[in-house]
Write a protein that binds this ligand. Structure first.
Ligand SMILES: Nc1ncnc2c1ncn2[C@@H]1O[C@H](COP(=O)(O)OP(=O)(O)OP(=O)(O)O)[C@@H](O)[C@H]1O
Length: 466
């Protein structure tokens, strides 16, 4: 049998001859063979090393062959690492005990005295099982990211303005490198879209893209979400779980809303980025990470550094390349183009025969300031497509009031007067607009003040065409 040399094995047996013989033979096939006479050392050994396969004797005390110790230590090992792969070493007469142990979580057994080739075959297949188990943990997290990506619409970046042409050039230039990228821009300017485009144009394009909304991760779950956890490390940790850093291994990790990260968590993130290693919560074994990092924010991070709200060392770590996405109002050339693109998509989606927009509509949408940028344009078009009765969208299919787009707001008295005459939905709309303005369009902060999740705030923005 030919095997490339890899894998770490622990052998626990009180017979030194067995340990010596096994080590001598196995070290020709695997990278690391640790041996241990005393089973009491197992917990310490497992804390310090991640073994692929553990060979465990069933009986440790001389002349006792009940196998009870083997069961006890099997159970302890699985408590420490629920995905551990344990192969039992058993005497000829104890095969039924070994079979019982398999029901309790052991992977396989070998009978003493063994033939070397048989031992090698057993360990090799146990090793394959170990790898598929840890792949499974990663796959679970990846699967979730893939289904989230599948929902991501409009993967193409539309734009012909000088700013967008420069952006396309930048994407092409930086994609092939592994440089960390920071994307800055108001809400809805396409930060996530651009980060996916960079991934697709990069050498990692065949690998996974995983996005994490840092604004939505609670402080308590931050480490577990990003770095993973081991079973039992906290009440809800029912099984070992890879964090997003591990799951994104080989691919791209997109940290959205990085400016919303509290200082304490910024420090934790910085440590991981500096060391390029993560340690799961509840474990003390660090794992190497291999990711391309893209961060995004709509917050003024440079200002935040000055006021002590964002760590300068973290900023310098993530901004090797910086991409600033201009707001839609500063690239009016793109508005009609984007609108046409969304009209085509939604006309198809809602089965409507809409060919485009009337010249008056184009004028109107080009004049409007689009505080919610492309997302707002997209939602307005979707609603207009649904509502329209003609083949060309008309200005009245849009609900764009000149009062919007950051212009003068109603005074307190006006608001009180209006409240008396308003419908509940209108009050809600007004409130959302006010809170959004207060937080400069920051969805996470606005949602938190309104007591909504980001998703439900987005739903309302869409509903009210905000
Ligand atoms: N240039 C573009 N061409 C086509 N669609 C775009 C473009 N830019 C943004 N979009 C669309 O607009 C919507 C918002 O984009 P995206 O989510 O990337 O913005 P964002 O800046 O990450 O927003 P937020 O800061 O709120 O998370 C998405 O549906 C995206 O597909």
């Amino acid at each position: 049998m030919s095997l490339t040399k890899s894998g770490k094995i622990l052998i626990v047996d009180d017979n030194e001859d067995v340990l010596r013989a096994a080590k001598m033979f196995l070290k020709r096939h695997f990278t690391q063979i640790d041996t241990e006479k005393d089973p009491e050392s197992i917990p310490t050994l497992l804390m310090n090393e991640q073994y692929d396969v553990i060979l465990l004797d069933m009986n440790f005390t001389k002349d006792v062959s009940s196998g009870r110790e083997g069961f006890y230590w099997l159970d302890r090992i699985l408590q420490i690492d629920s995905s551990a792969v344990v192969v039992l070493i058993t005497a000829y007469g104890d095969v039924d005990l070994a079979v019982r142990a398999i029901k309790e979580g052991a992977t396989d057994f070998v009978i003493k005295p063994w033939e070397n080739e048989k031992l090698l075959a057993t360990i090799s297949s146990a090793m394959r099982l170990r790898h598929s188990r840890s792949e499974l943990e990663t796959i679970k997290v990846r699967q979730q990211a893939v289904s989230e990506s599948a929902d991501a619409k409009f993967l193409d970046i539309i734009g012909q303005s000088p700013a967008m042409i420069k952006l396309f050039e930048t994407i092409n230039r930086v994609a092939a490198t592994d440089a960390n990228i920071l994307i800055l821009g108001e809400n809805g300017t396409g930060k996530e879209l651009v980060s996916r485009a960079i991934h697709r144009a990069s050498l990692r394009s065949k690998e996974i893209f995983i996005g994490v909304d840092m604004g939505a991760v609670s402080e308590t779950l931050f480490e577990s979400e990003l770095f993973g956890h081991t079973k039992g490390s906290f009440t809800d940790a029912k099984e070992d779980r890879a964090g997003k850093f591990e799951a994104a291994s080989g691919g791209t990790l997109f940290l959205d809303e990085i400016g919303n990260l509290p200082m304490t968590l910024q420090a934790k993130l910085l440590t991981v980025l500096q060391n390029r290693q993560v340690t799961r919560v509840g474990s003390n074994k660090a794992k190497e990470i291999d990711i391309r990092l893209i961060c995004a924010t709509n917050m003024p991070v440079y200002e935040m550094v000055k006021t002590g709200k964002f760590r300068q060392d973290l900023l310098y770590r993530i901004n090797t390349i910086e991409i600033q996405l201009p707001p839609l109002r500063e690239r009016k050339e793109d508005i009609a183009l984007l609108a046409e693109h969304f009209i085509n998509s939604y006309a198809r989606k809602y089965n409507k025969e809409i060919r485009g927009m009337s010249p008056a509509t184009i004028k109107r949408i080009e004049k409007y300031t689009w505080p919610g940028n492309i997302r707002e344009l997209q939602h307005s078009i979707e609603r207009a497509v649904i509502m329209s009765n003609s083949h060309l969208l008309q200005p009245e299919d849009f609900f764009l009031t000149e009062n919007r787009g950051g212009q003068a707001e109603a005074s307190k008295e006006d608001v009180n007067l209006m409240l008396d005459q308003m419908h509940l939905e209108e009050v809600e709309k007004l409130l959302i607009r006010k809170v959004l303005k207060k937080y400069n369009g920051n969805i996470t902060q606005a949602a938190s003040e309104l007591g909504l999740t980001r998703a439900s705030l987005y739903r309302r923005l869409e509903k009210y065409g905000l």
